[in-house]
Design a binder for this molecule. Structure first.
Ligand SMILES: [Zn+2]
Length: 343
């Protein structure tokens, strides 16, 4: 806990991620900020917040010398507040539009145009590119040009769940900032101390978060999240007892919206990982702590080998989706992979 309050006094206001913050802080202290950083970590781990804090540092004018970036955001100067509210004119955020499959080349061209213009207020032009693996090849090649010949005052902050999803030519031109999962205890304590969550609920949420603080915070702020999760898990529990026809009908209901399917597969992966643990008498290590009885019963019927096969199948499905395979078809194939048991 001392670590956390120490961090907070330093202005980063972030739970965990001490290692990543330390790298960034040293960069700032040495005034050796590079042109491009790649923040790596699974969804909901806290990439967006860390990137925002770093952007605040880069634009902050509240340090002892307003022309030099401080090691931590002051959080009170006009620049810091503008970054927080998302309206700093020198901070540009690029992400895939909800109705598009990719980040498009037009978006990267806009970035290039904006980066060749002078900064409006600060000393730097900052571009945040979220989930940069969601670029199509054209856009990625276009981005590569910017990485190869960066304008002097331009800094790119990219995020990705897994660096393996990017072109090696992109990887070689960025500094990676790896982000690590938090411990359940870290999350639980933070929820109790800073979000006023009761001890029992904080313990459950911390277990379900599986190391991802962002997920835990989302669950505190959005009451529907937990009930949705519960109904999805009830459904998961039912799939092994369904016939082929019923399984295909289920896929129809689930829909094929890419964001939803990704979230669903994350949940499935954790579930089947729990199934493997349950089948090996390691129930106390399962993430879905409130479903342990059901896991135990089903794991006894399914067994380790089948549960492990399901994990591979889910990972393959995720890969297929990254390769742009039709989501409905991919889910149908996966659905047939789920072992059949008698209800
Ligand atoms: Zn500031």
């Amino acid at each position: 806990m001392r670590m956390l309050s120490h961090q907070q006094t330093q202005g980063w206001d972030i739970v965990g991620h001490e290692h990543a913050i330390e790298i960034l802080r040293r960069t700032l202290a040495a005034q050796q900020v590079r042109h491009a950083y790649l923040f790596v970590g699974p969804e909901h781990i806290g990439k967006r917040l860390l990137v925002k804090r770093f952007a605040q540092c880069l634009l902050c004018t509240g340090g002892p010398d307003p022309t030099i970036s401080p090691e931590a955001p002051c959080n009170v100067c006009l620049s810091c507040r503008k970054v927080l509210h998302g309206n700093h004119p020198d901070l540009h955020i690029i992400r895939r539009a909800a109705d598009k499959q990719f980040i498009l080349i037009e978006q990267v061209r806009e970035l290039q145009n904006a980066s060749s213009r002078r900064t409006m207020e600060g000393r730097r032009n900052i571009f945040i590119l979220e989930n940069v693996h969601e670029m199509n090849m054209q856009a990625a090649n276009c981005l590569l040009k910017t990485l190869e010949e960066p304008e002097p005052d331009v800094i790119l902050l990219l995020t990705v769940p897994d660096p393996g999803l990017l072109l090696p030519t992109i990887i070689s031109r960025v500094q990676q900032i790896p982000m690590q999962l938090l411990s359940s205890l870290q999350i639980q304590q933070a929820l109790q101390e800073h979000w006023d969550v009761e001890a029992a609920e904080a313990e459950l949420l911390a277990a379900l978060a599986a190391g991802r603080m962002g997920w835990a915070v989302q669950a505190v702020e959005d009451e529907d999240l937990l009930s949705e999760r519960k109904s999805q898990l009830d459904l998961l529990l039912k799939i092994p007892t369904l016939t082929r026809v019923q399984r295909f009908q289920l896929v129809q209901q689930l829909g094929s919206e890419s964001e939803k399917v990704h979230a669903l597969l994350d949940l499935w992966l954790l579930w089947w990982r729990d199934m493997v643990l349950a089948a090996n008498n390691c129930l106390d290590l399962t993430v879905n702590v409130d479903m342990r009885n059901q896991l135990k019963v089903q794991a006894a019927k399914i067994g380790t080998a089948e549960a492990e096969r399901m994990i591979r199948a889910i990972i393959q499905t995720r890969e297929a989706l990254e390769q742009n395979v039709n989501a409905r078809v991919a889910l149908e194939v996966l659905m047939l992979d789920v072992p059949l048991i008698k209800s």
